[in-house]
Design a protein around this ligand. Sequence first.
Ligand code: ADP
Ligand code: MG
Length: 658
Amino acid sequence: MSLAAHFGRGDAMRVLMLNRIRQGARISRNRKPKTTKMTETTQKETYSFQTEVGRLLQIVTDSLYSNREVFLRELISNASDACDKLRHAALTAPNLTEGDPEFRITLVADKDAGTLTISDNGIGMSHDELLETLGTIARSGVEAFLDKLGEEDRGNVKLIGQFGVGFYSAFMVASRVDVLTKKAGDDNAWLWSSDGKGEFTIEPGQRDGRGTTITLHLKDDAREYAEDIRIKTIVKTYSDHISFPIRLGEETLNEASALWTRPARDITADQYKEFYHHTAHAFDEPWLTIHNQVEGLISYTNLLFVPSMRPFDLFDPERKSHVKLYVNRVFITGDTQGLLPPYLRFLRGIVDSEDLSLNVSREMLQTDPKLAKIKSSLTKKVLSELKKKAEADADAYASFWKEFGAVLKEGLVDDFSSREKLLELCRFRTTAEADLVSLSDYAGRMKDGQDAIYYMAGTDADKMVHSPHLEGFKAKGVEVLLLEDAVDEFWLRHITQFDGKDFKSVTQGSANLDNIKGSDESDADKPEQDDTDISQLIAHFKATLGENVQDVRPSKRLTDSPVCLVAADGGMDVNLERLLRQTGQLNALSTRVLEINPDHAMVRKLTERAAAEGAADDEILRDAAYLLLDQARIADGEEPVDPAAFGRRMAAVMTRAV
Ligand code: ADP
Ligand code: MG
């Protein structure tokens, strides 16, 4: 069967994931205000928070978040994003920044009033944007996150920290939050206000110039955040990397230069981490940081991070790239298609190049041949850094592999030119040891006479280990790869060899283990069972089972179990067929080959019965044929051919036995 008949090349995973529930918040459009109070000059609207926000706020305010100072990092991060957005918009509409071209973030603390304000002259928000963004959560994975929190400890601070609550973290320290904002280019300003208890209001406001001012009315136990010294320390700790000046009074608190433009030796691990948190909207530790400047035909700087935890949207079909593109330090876009291949979509960070044009549209940029060059150079760099890490620290690499291996393996299908490198990076569970194994490890310890790399594909390696199909391999000490990811079935259609050795499924085709010198040599000395001995039994089974099996034959792969089912040579592997049925692309199970273990005590007895006179009418033989087929199906996780008949036969056989 050609895979292309089912999937377009490279689309395999995306098709497979189609039936995954799309994660992410639903944004209700055209929301109507709950109440509208009208007077001559003001018009105040009251809205309820989207349910998810309500749940999130409850968690935020209830949890004694030990590290609540991070609210400031979040608000500064948003202010910086707003400046980035406007700077990009002003490339094509320079009038937007007229009269006030210098971006900045300004903090004002009022100890007596117990307030802290964070102002920016970024892009600001219109009435509708305020309503859509500060009342909902437009981030994928919110529901999944909240459900996870629901199951576990409500106050699971670590998880909250990892998810990051963004703007809503303001309510950890404030009993009321006011957001006064004016969108660049608009005439009207709006005031959003809430105590974080389920509702918020929006009304017309007064603001000189564009941008956003957030006023926090600090809770009594949070008044420390109105003290200059405290604010300075927090900004230094979390926000030093922000490229716009952050001012408190006359003082600028940060370096105010883009972090990636500084030499790597001057940047601390903490600064990298904080930059990662800001730019990726992520809250775990970066597992790997790749910062380098490339000079040549095309010059660019990349500061990329591999997260240590799977982002929520890793398998979201509508996920975006999360590597931001800058041209000469001006932010262009957060979701550049074509900057990195989809199988590296777990990467976060930025790429900045002077050689791309500032003034082209995002769409044109995506087809720019220079971007393609950057892509191939970045891909090489990332794969070589992963390789270094894999060689330097196998345990750390294993933890990366558990999170992102399934995604990286998509590259085996998608990216022909990187196959060799990707195969080197792959790690597998096997029957031989608990640690993950590379293909060269495997090849290095293949048995004498073993000419194939054996694998078993399924969904759960812990169950696969006990499968009857593996018995003969175990007895000979032949290692078998246990493949658990859906994507494995797809790359194995494209890559048939490693190091000159074929990949071979243990559930497909005939297994000839005779040529392999097993670790247990006494085993090899065992006299060959003569196949003709059971030819009558086989003929009987074939006649009885008819269409239900493709063939019946003696097995070389079984040692303990009496039977197992395998796909015919050239037939579709059992697990692939299961996957295709799950995605609705196949409905009927194809018939399989029933393999019988001639050495099994029960099979020996049946062999004798089949040789005896009157075997054609032997009811026990008939029942046994069906029962053994059903047993093999059940071991594969399938239903018996006919569950009711299975029950009847089972009862009949047991009645005779007791
Ligand atoms: P995130 O930053 O991950 O998008 P946040 O909860 O921090 O999530 O912010 C939600 C949204 O509110 C932002 O995406 C942005 O659209 C808007 N926003 C927040 N602060 C500002 C600001 N200072 N200026 C303009 N828009 C803002
Ligand atoms: Mg934010």
